[in-house]
Write a protein that binds this ligand. Structure first.
Ligand code: DX5
Ligand code: ZN
Length: 224
């Protein structure tokens, strides 16, 4: 059963001085989801923004807000991100000792639950929580910064994740170094949600965002 191909621009590459306008622009340009990268300077070596910023810009788009938490611990803040308007909340498998509990907590808040795997983390980390998952976010760079190069070994991991998921209704999302070229490889391996920051926001205008999103989408039409 194939799931729809979705493009989730990461607003980490947007102009933060006009974040609401950037979200409106990327929404009109064809984004399916809005991907929000939350970093704490502890789990990853960078700090971005938190729930108050997401809350402030939530009204800029009606699309799904896909919130990627690169924070440890995550559990104490799940309620804040739910209240800020997140639709999907993704935690890292490496970020805490009680992944099953974190996923239960996200669903108890009425949100979709995701788990992310760093490049060095095997897919077996999620084998026993599959039935608590709505989304698996496979990192194709080490999280912390936009604009890094795609790690090719991840393509095989996506194939294995896809096999593990089987017929369950779980989205497989890939994040880091996605360009039209790498997009095709990961979709061929089984991914259906593509996060892209620099490849979408380059150009700095709605017109370029539309062309950039179209280029990624067109590259994934596998029958072509
Ligand atoms: C990396 C973040 C990504 C990042 C992707 O830590 O989770 O979402 O913004 O950026 P690009 O697409 O530029 O690699
Ligand atoms: Zn991300």
């Amino acid at each position: 059963m194939s799931r729809p191909l979705l493009i989730a621009p990461s607003i980490l590459s947007a102009d933060f001085s006009k974040l609401g306008d950037e979200i409106r622009a990327v929404d009109r340009a064809g984004a399916d989801w809005i991907h929000c990268d939350v970093m704490d300077g502890h789990f990853v070596p960078n700090i971005t923004y938190g729930a108050p910023v997401i809350k402030a810009v939530r009204g800029a788009s009606k699309k799904i807000f896909d919130v990627h938490l690169m924070i440890a611990p995550a559990d104490p803040y799940l309620g804040d991100f739910a209240a800020a308007g997140a639709d999907i909340i993704t935690v890292h498998a490496e970020a805490g000792p009680h992944l099953d509990r974190s996923l239960q907590a996200i669903r108890a808040l009425g949100k979709k639950a995701g788990v992310s795997l760093n490049p060095g983390t095997p897919e077996s980390a999620i084998e026993y929580v599959l039935d608590r998952l709505d989304l698996i976010l496979v990192m194709s760079v080490n999280p912390g910064f936009g604009g890094q190069s795609f790690i090719p070994a991840v393509v095989e991991k996506i194939r294995r994740v896809k096999a593990l998921v089987g017929s369950r209704p779980i989205d497989i999302e890939v994040d880091g170094g996605i360009t039209p070229e790498t997009a095709r490889q990961v979709v061929e391996a089984g991914a259906n949600v593509l996060v892209a920051g620099s490849a979408v926001f380059k150009g700095g205008s709605e017109q370029s965002y539309r062309a950039n999103i179209d280029a990624i989408r067109n590259a994934t039409r596998l029958e072509v």
